[in-house]
Design a protein. Structure first.
Length: 339
């Protein structure tokens, strides 16, 4: 299965390379420094993703390739990590220049809340753009008889994968399960990679496993093709409670047909996934990165459906809980996305 995931990542990167055709095509706004005039002269940069089997890393890899292909002189590498929380810390400390970060984790990092209450606020974080929503969903075998998320509370000591330790998958899954009455007191909650979690469900080792990521999640695509799987639903009332507990979450749905066996829209909750940087990032480079996101949205979406939400350009710059980088904000204001 991991070979299939690697192939999908490679294809995403190929599409991202094709997206620009040649460096610095100017298919959008012409405000600010012209695309043909700007040349980056700094060192190679790194964007933090997540574990290599998940959509966040695939998105980071595609973004790295797109930025490398579209901004003259810029080379960006994608790297693995445990996800949003680690990326926020690494960007804040300057270990990496860019990072993928869910809005809830970013807000906690920026304000020093949640997991960052003991370590302190990362007040120098800034946003370059929102690129896709992360959506909560769990997978289980149809033979389990589980239809709704609250059915997990009826299983005797279920074994449930909650994603990598210290990840937003872990925190969102834990919150959702607690709302369903599933805790460490009556279940075995295990930290696993997204790929291992899906494999464990398929192999009958786990009752269910979680993903909090863009759709479709490749590991769930593979699992749903391999075995007859279902994706447990939330009730509307349960979603109200979950969204009340975390202000960054909002009600959403996963369209029917996203996975094999998903025959109707799946009610769930989600959060925006952001590309973050430090406030110290050069203003003109931040401007060019935002410009690239805006101009290459269609080609990025064609190469990886994670980015479909970027086709509504307002998604890039609106309703983000952290400050935009001034360079990115300047671009978004010049093209009218911000008033």
């Amino acid at each position: 299965m991991k070979r299939i995931v690697s192939l999908l990542l490679a294809l995403a990167m190929v599409f991202a390379l094709v997206a620009c055709g040649s460096k610095n095509t100017n298919s959008g706004a012409s405000a600010g420094t012209g695309a043909s005039e700007y040349k980056y002269t700094g060192p190679r940069m790194t964007i933090g993703g997540a574990d290599s089997t998940g959509p966040m890393y695939a998105a980071a890899a595609a973004i790295a390739t797109t930025l490398t292909g579209c901004i003259d002189g810029l080379n960006v590498d994608a790297t693995t990590s445990s996800g949003s929380n680690e990326n926020a810390i690494n960007v804040s400390e300057g270990t990496i220049e860019l990072g993928m970060c869910s809005a809830d984790a970013g807000l906690n990092a920026f304000t020093g809340a949640g997991k960052f209450a003991s370590t302190g606020a990362c007040g120098n974080l800034r946003v370059l753009g929102a690129v896709y929503p992360a959506l909560s969903h769990f997978i289980t075998l149809r033979s389990s008889g589980i239809e709704y998320m609250h059915d997990l509370a009826k299983v005797n000591n279920p074994v449930i994968g909650i994603g990598p330790a210290a990840s937003t998958c872990e925190s969102s899954a834990t919150l959702a399960l607690e709302t369903m009455g599933v805790t460490k007191a009556n279940a075995t909650l295990q930290n696993v990679t997204l790929g291992d979690g899906a494999d464990n469900v398929v192999n009958g080792v786990m009752t269910a496993s979680a993903v909090f990521a863009g759709i479709p999640a490749g590991v769930f695509l593979n699992a749903s093709v391999t075995k007859d799987c279902v994706f447990p639903k939330y009730t509307d009332e349960e979603l109200d409670i979950i969204c009340e507990k975390n202000a960054a979450y909002y009600k959403a749905f996963i369209p029917a047909g996203t996975y094999t066996g998903l025959t109707e829209d799946l009610p769930t909750f989600g959060v925006k996934t952001l590309v973050i940087c430090s406030e110290d990032l050069d203003d003109e480079l931040a401007y060019q990165i935002a410009k690239t996101f805006y101009e290459q949205a269609e080609d990025m979406a064609a190469g990886n459906s994670l980015f479909n939400f970027m086709l509504d350009r307002t998604f890039l710059a609106n309703d983000v809980p952290l400050p935009l980088h001034p360079g990115a904000e300047r671009f978004y204001r010049e093209i009218g996305l911000l008033q």
